[in-house]
Design a protein around this ligand. Structure first.
Ligand code: GLU
Length: 504
């Protein structure tokens, strides 16, 4: 297997280096949404190009009109822009090898196919639909894989001329070798070898004169000067045929980098229906663009060191094709969440407060709350902004909680000592003047009570937290919550806790 690096350095010293500038492309089909796997392909193509100061090209492969979805091209533009995968050449900005929309390149393909006919690597095929259907049926009935039988491979020039003159419709087929093997070296999968006898004489140009997808893809990659083809491994089995085309034309074969799929589980695909397959789905769930890109880079690629948090610029430096794995990547929501949390913690408190405010306001409308204290409390405990509304929903109204919440094994609390703690806290906290009500003052008073009762901190602080929130999980401890709720509300809530426990 040729290592990308060796290859790069061999051509780095080459006089023709400018011709060999790394050029990668993202060639999406506009089918309506940006699948996580496609975004990963785009990202790897971008990273590879930028790592070597090369060009990243966007080509829209829109020739399959049945799969074409209106508006899908805009989704592609928007996603790439939003994620920072900025292309150097593309449909909107043009470039030296345009057009960059496949359907606008249709004129040239037939001439390329005719060159192959001339050199003996392709041929005219005049077989009609009926013959091909019959052939397929016979093959199916005999359990043979469907394959063109080469009926028109050896027509004489006279026979061909006669049929062309008679206006018989034709396709142009690739003349596959019938013996021996064809192989290519993939940077991820290593050497892939196929028996030539299994290769079908695939159609290059259809009866309407238009190219098939495979043919257009190869001619486009060559005419656009693509040096590294990065794509999903569903194309791995077609690549030998692509390679034979490059060889037939005498063109340089690009470096192939096929990537395994991104899966939901080891057997289940990410699906559009479950809302877990696309970039847009992830943003809707509250993930940050930077975190998604960081996580997607790690789906099937491992950095050399321990660190896994990288900005796009850092990824450009860090990315190395040798780190791409052959095994399918499993989408791990927990890991994405953890990475999202790491990005949330990178914000300054002010930035975080600004971003968190709309989420806080979904459930907490109180105007007398010090949002900054609340935000400081939330930031280290938040993996997703969408977690916030649920974390702060007790602030406006104390939920009607069950007193079992006071019982905590590790904190060693039960109904009795919780009641005792709250009763001890109430008068002490009431002593604090409303204008002096802050974390330090509350902290001091709580620790006076802890000392007086001669108990562990939890025996006082757990009941306080429960009484103030009525919840098992809160974004901060009892002291923080008291500071946020203010004196009056805190005192009220402690009284409610005492009542509940007394009436138990
Ligand atoms: N248009 C193809 C797709 O969206 C990409 C093929 C390629 O990258 O060669 O799957």
């Amino acid at each position: 297997m040729i290592k990308l690096f060796d290859r790069f350095f061999t051509f780095k010293g080459d006089l023709q280096m400018s011709e060999k500038k790394v050029r990668t492309r993202f060639a999406p089909s506009p089918t309506g949404y940006m699948h996580v796997g496609n975004l990963r392909t785009a990202l790897y193509a971008y990273l590879l190009a930028k790592k070597y100061d090369g060009d990243f090209i966007l080509r829209i492969e829109d020739t399959d009109r049945e799969r074409y979805v209106e508006g899908a091209v805009d989704i592609i533009y928007d996603t790439l822009r939003k994620t920072g995968l900025i292309w150097d050449e593309g449909p909107d900005i043009g470039g030296p090898v345009g057009p960059y929309i496949q359907s606008e390149r249709m004129g040239m393909f037939k001439d390329y196919a005719l060159k192959l006919v001339e050199s003996g690597h392709a041929y005219f095929c005049f077989c009609d639909k009926d013959r091909l259907t019959e052939l397929r049926e016979i093959q199916q009935a005999s359990g043979i894989a469907p394959k063109y039988d080469g009926h028109c491979r050896n027509l004489t020039p006279e026979e061909i001329k006669e049929k062309l003159d008679a206006g018989i419709p034709y396709v142009i087929r690739q003349k596959m070798p019938t013996e021996g093997e064809t192989y290519f070296d993939d940077e991820v999968f290593g050497r892939i070898t196929v028996d030539n006898s299994t290769l079908d004489d695939q159609i290059l140009i259809k009866t309407d004169g238009m190219p098939t997808y495979n043919f257009a893809n190869v001619v486009d990659d060559h005419t656009m000067g693509i040096t590294h083809v990065i794509r999903g491994n569903e194309y791995l089995s077609s690549t030998p045929k692509y390679n034979l085309l490059y060889e037939a034309f005498g063109w340089d074969i690009p470096t192939y980098i096929h990537c395994s799929p991104v899966m939901k589980t080891s057997t289940e695909k990410l699906s559009k229906r479950n809302g877990d397959a696309s970039f847009e789905d992830l943003l809707k769930k509250g993930y940050l663009t930077e975190a998604v890109i960081n996580y997607i880079a790690l789906l099937g690629w491992a950095p050399k060191g321990e660190n896994e948090i990288f900005t796009l610029q850092e990824l450009v430096k860090e990315f190395d094709v040798s780190g791409i794995s052959k095994s399918p990547a499993i989408f791990d929501n927990q890991k994405l969440k953890a990475i999202n949390g790491a990005y949330i913690r990178k914000f300054s408190v002010d930035e975080f407060t600004k971003l968190a405010l709309p989420y806080i306001r979904q459930t907490c409308k109180r105007e007398d709350i010090d949002i900054k204290i609340l935000a400081e409390m939330l930031q280290p405990r938040c993996e997703l902004f969408t977690d916030i509304p649920e974390q702060v929903d007790f602030i406006d109204t104390l939920p009607d909680y069950n007193i079992d919440l006071f019982v905590h094994k590790k904190m060693k609390t039960n109904y009795e000592n919780s009641l005792e703690a709250l009763k001890a806290l109430l008068p002490v906290l009431e002593q604090i003047d409303e204008k002096d009500w802050n974390i330090d003052a509350i902290h001091e008073k709580c620790f006076e009570v802890i000392a007086k009762l001669e108990v562990k901190n939890g025996v006082v602080l757990w009941p306080l937290r429960t009484a103030l929130s009525g919840k098992q999980f809160t974004p901060g401890g009892g002291i923080d919550l008291a500071a946020i709720l203010g004196k009056n509300d805190s005192v009220e809530r402690i009284k409610i806790g005492i009542d509940k426990l007394q009436n138990a």
